[in-house]
Design a protein around this ligand. Sequence first.
Ligand code: NAD
Ligand code: ZN
Ligand code: ZN
Length: 389
Amino acid sequence: MKALTWHGKHDIRCESVPDPQIQEGRDAIIKVTACAICGSDLHLFNGVMPDMHSGDIMGHETMGEVVEVGRDNKKLKVGDRVVVPFTISCGECFFCQRGFYSGCERSNPDPSKVKKMWGNSPAGLFGYTHLLGGYSGGQAEYLRVPYADVGPIKVPDGLTDEQVLFLSDIFPTGYMAADFCNIQSGDTIAIWGCGPVGQMAIKSAFILGAERVIAIDTVPERLALAEASGAITLDFMDDDIYDKLMELTNGRGADACIDAVGTEADPSASWDSRLDRIKVATFMGTDRPHVLRQAIHCCRNFGTVSIVGVYGGFLDKIPMGSAINRGLTFRMAQTPVQHYLPLLMERIQKDEIDPSFVITHRAPLEEGPDLYKTFRDKKDGCIKVVLKP
Ligand SMILES: NC(=O)c1ccc[n+]([C@@H]2O[C@H](COP(=O)([O-])OP(=O)(O)OC[C@H]3O[C@@H](n4cnc5c(N)ncnc54)[C@H](O)[C@@H]3O)[C@@H](O)[C@H]2O)c1
Ligand SMILES: [Zn+2]
Ligand SMILES: [Zn+2]
């Protein structure tokens, strides 16, 4: 089959690889009808995440049709149309039983390396480094889905691929980001990053009752899309974000702040973001947490900082003094996708949201390598790429 494979920093190729096979009784094989490129894929493309191997198959936002099921899989049958969560979860362990699917303690077959880095291992992920299981991803013609009687959700008749594809990741992620904010009527939610995840967080914050959403980015078409969803927008290259946010909130700060940027924040005019760049470039730091610092400073006393932008290592100069003295709550996670799926499928069915509003580029798999660059560079108005193998 054809698949997008990783061959080093900035080197993604579309090449022929062996078809996946059923390996365990609960597996299924899916013929991919649509898959997408995520901001998290860019961390691999940019060589920021360690332990990728040459030839690894990329992709963790995938849907398609079941073409084969393992003998123990009683939930799926050939012909089912399903969306596959990016988190691989057994459904039975301590964490899965409690709904913390992205904390599954069984789906990473080799947790030893990541334990040294993070203390313990979260769930295995599709197409996302050997630290997290080294599973082949879904930017391919076929995908092997382990524990396929737990993860995939069947698509009800009448919904298109594009309406449901983002249930695999960015819609639940943006929704969780807003959910973490425990939104009360009258609340102002500030959101850093108007990429696909930020856009889903904006819509979700309104769905959950926010009065105002203040969205921060610098890319004109991303700010325009945020505005179309009803957000007030700020450009971090033009505005002093702290001053503007204080102005908009009577000097108090936002009720909750969402970091939908993560470790690859672009430098604004601020000294700390420049320092982050230098540190990472000289191997004196692992991440660029400028947005997280700003979100902490801009959050009101006893407010919530909700982090969905991904970080990988040990973050420098996080203003914990500000956080503890002002009573901030921190919430963060790789999304336990399965936990949100039934509710969010229902919201799509009821027409409360059509997540396909972020799609700007549709192409065959072969154009994937070029579109990784287009998406990374935000060229050609690119906000979200969907590939149709
Ligand atoms: N927690 C999860 O489960 C989960 C799931 C999916 C994605 N993610 C993470 O969410 C983040 C966003 O993903 P995406 O697909 O939207 O990616 P993206 O790269 O398209 O979007 C990031 C946006 O942040 C903006 N940005 C950069 N620096 C900024 C700054 N200083 N202030 C404000 N905005 C700034 C960029 O211009 C860009 O529009 C990534 O870190 C990704 O890894 C996490
Ligand atoms: Zn993702
Ligand atoms: Zn589990």
